[in-house]
Design a protein around this ligand. Structure first.
Ligand code: MEV
Length: 313
């Protein structure tokens, strides 16, 4: 019997989250340490999803899986395949609600597996369009940055409705991602910022613009000016995110601790309201030490990782 596999890594927003929803640029990086594998098999009967959260027919998927369920239906329709005789197994190591793009990773891996099952090639454009069906459920008004980064092997410079650029690093950058342990609802966080923007447009717009400026500087730091400037930009961006109300006490504690332990900069990453922080370490040895310290301090999970300098192909 035919079996097909689709995989996807996850993502991190380095800087620019939330502002990107309102037209500012953001920088995001593929995060290969956690990811999703989706396996499609022939099984007579209705389409069945098998995941950690749910095992059962696509039609009866719970509210929390509505996004991926409609993405599957949309993809099958696009492929002109009947909605039947498939078992879709989703295995994810991306913790949901942590700002790592779990919803987009699941969507991308599932779409890839369905195209592979149908033996049809797809363009990146098709992949993104179908994945954004799921993202609209997960984020309400997604910027599209998560799906884009999850299909990229390189750090991306993203501005809604503009062609995506890839960032060329001038050095290796060492980071630590640490999980605060609580779950953040990206959709709610995005809506709360939109709400603030309606009630205090000028004040909030200034903060979004400021995040945009910091993001431009961060790009400069990655491409030319180096990690010390990047660290400062991360710290400045965190101030704005706090003012937008999307940070939490748990995140703030991890961020302060990381800075006390020598991080060059630290901020929340992704939607916030819980989830993870990203801290810029001084070098590789420091990233391992910092990860260990953050874990002892109470982070639920830690991932030291390096963003490697690459050369344009
Ligand atoms: C989520 O990773 C990033 C946000 O800016 C939402 C989005 O861009 O869709 C918070």
């Amino acid at each position: 019997e035919q079996t097909a596999i689709g995989i996807a890594h996850s993502k991190l927003i380095l800087i620019g989250e939330h502002a990107v929803v309102h037209g500012q640029p953001a920088i995001a990086i593929p995060f290969p340490l956690v990811g999703v594998e989706s396996i499609v098999e022939h099984e007579p009967g209705p389409v069945v999803i098998d995941s950690t959260f749910y095992h059962g027919p696509l039609d009866l998927a719970p509210e929390s899986l509505q996004g991926i369920a409609s993405c599957i239906s949309g993809t099958l329709e696009y492929l002109e395949m009947p909605e039947a005789d498939l078992l879709i197994r989703i295995k994810s190591s991306v913790p949901p609600g942590k700002g790592l793009g779990s919803s987009a990773s699941v969507a991308i891996s599932v779409i890839r597996s369905l195209f592979a099952y149908a033996s049809i090639d797809h363009t990146d454009e098709e992949l993104l369009k179908l994945a954004n069906i799921a993202e609209t459920f997960a984020h309400g008004a997604p910027s599209g940055i998560d799906t884009l980064t999850i299909t990229s092997e390189l750090p991306v410079w993203y501005e809604k409705d503009n062609p995506t650029e890839f960032i060329e690093l001038n050095d290796d950058f060492h980071f630590v991602v640490a999980d605060s342990g609580s779950i953040g609802d990206t959709r709610m966080a995005v809506e709360s910022v939109a709400h603030l923007l309606r009630v205090a447009p000028r004040k909030i717009q200034r903060k979004l613009d400021r995040i945009g400026e910091l993001t431009h500087q961060a790009k400069d730091a990655l491409e030319k000016r180096g990690k010390h400037l990047l660290g400062q930009m991360l710290n400045e961006a965190q101030k704005e995110l706090e003012a937008l109300g999307v940070s939490t006490t748990g995140l703030n504690k991890l961020i302060e601790f990381a800075r006390e332990e020598g991080a060059l900069g630290a901020k929340l990453t992704g939607g916030g309201n819980g989830g993870c922080i990203i801290a810029l370490a001084q070098n590789e040895v420091h990233s391992r030490l910092l990860a260990e310290k953050l874990r002892k301090f109470g982070a639920h999970a830690v991932w030291p990782f390096v963003l490697k300098r690459h050369h344009k192909k």
